[in-house]
Ligand binder design. Sequence first.
Ligand SMILES: Cc1ncc(COP(=O)(O)O)c(C=O)c1O
Length: 391
Amino acid sequence: MYIIGEEEVEAVQRVIESKQLFRYRGGEGGESDSFEKEWSEKIGTKHTLAMTSGTAALIAGLVGMDIGPGDEVIVPGYTFMATPSAALAVGAVPIIAEVDSSLTLDPKDVERKITERTKVIIPVHMVGLPCNMDAIMDIAQRHNLKVLEDACQADGGSYGGKRLGAIGDAGAFSFNHFKIITCGEGGALVTDDRDLYERALIFHDGGATFRDHAGAMRTPMFAGLNFRINEILSAILRVQLTRLDPMLDAMLTEKRTLVDALSGAGPFTFNPIHDIEGDCGTTLALMFADEATNRRFIDGCRQAGVRADTPIDSGIHVYSRWEPVLEQRGSHNPAFDAYQLTDSPVAYSKDMCPTTLDVLARTAYLYTDPTRTRENLMAMIDAVTQVARDL
Ligand SMILES: Cc1ncc(COP(=O)(O)O)c(C=O)c1O
């Protein structure tokens, strides 16, 4: 998805020539500090903590919220397995809830899954599609729960005029190879909550006690790990950030052209979107009446040279394929295993979220490309229209 080039090469060269690759040497104003300030400004939060991955950002977010054994964290049945794994990493049990036809967390099912142990809801803005954040924030407020937005697939998207990640108590982003912007592997946690930020900061850096910022912190130190970003990755991300909004504009414009051109072209509807202005525009989701028709459409698109697939085939993004979770192997050691640490055992099964499986199996994805020419877009539209007509 991402665009990368000469500007990133120059940024990396600048860091290498400075011989300053570690973020905590050289004081403030290095690449990582600057990226964090720039990302906070872009997303609209007080704090950003850049990290080595989106998974690290999710875990640090839960640590920041003081989540641990005995707690339950609600996650959707359609997300990368890192989302439930983050809950397990802090000793909490992931509770799997349905997604609806928007491909995002179904607020009604979230409400059904709340128990006295629930502490956090993790709405996941899958394929850049914003969740129904009004409904989720309302549930969280009524039940006194925290919200950690998983915006790993939605860098820069928004909902109701606010950037994704800035609506809940905290938000996690990924900058891995498959994301809208990238530094190969990377991530960031954002929040307005200083205590949450400080806890995440301590957790992500085993040397936190020795840093210049330690003295100004009000959170007592505890033993952390190492999920620190480095100056090379941050320098790349600063360039990538300048590409983000133009990319989002291009993808959304292309998606609108596709929607206009394909409306009424075949036996499908467009999956509803909670904020069409805030959609990242990476993916166009079409919904068919049944899986067989969907698969015929996808095969036809592929034969015509158009990339198409169905989320039910995306393996590790579908809860029914999360074997370690479904089989409740939550850790390398039973004494650290969230499933052994709760006094309220959970029961999972492969068919526990039938709506999720049904929606995913009937949905087809087509993809935008910010570098695609108008001519190629028109050729794609012609090909897809023909396939849809022939179904
Ligand atoms: C929805 C979602 N959550 C979390 C992650 C984890 O991000 P990372 O691979 O950077 O650890 C990903 C990455 O693929 C993701 O798609």
